[in-house]
Unconditional design. Structure first.
Length: 74
């Protein structure tokens, strides 16, 4: 799936960057929640992760990206 591959590549890029770099949002403008998994189909974040993104520290944002990467692997 193109969306998954794009998200995988973005996760790799974000996590390889220097920790002082700004952390981009994983949003891909495909905002639809999977009711069973509780994850957005576009970015693989939970509703809580999405809601807290704008207030999250760079470290917390990188942790979300790590979770996304783990979700892609499972």
């Amino acid at each position: 799936m193109v969306v998954t591959e794009r998200l995988r590549a973005r996760a790799r890029q974000v996590l390889e960057k220097d920790e002082r770099e700004p952390v981009p949002s994983p949003c891909q403008s495909i905002c639809s929640m999977d009711a069973k998994e509780g994850l957005c189909l576009g970015c693989l974040r939970t509703l809580q992760e999405i809601a807290q993104w704008s207030q999250a520290s760079p470290q917390d944002k990188r942790q979300v990206w790590q979770k996304i990467q783990s979700r892609l692997e499972s």
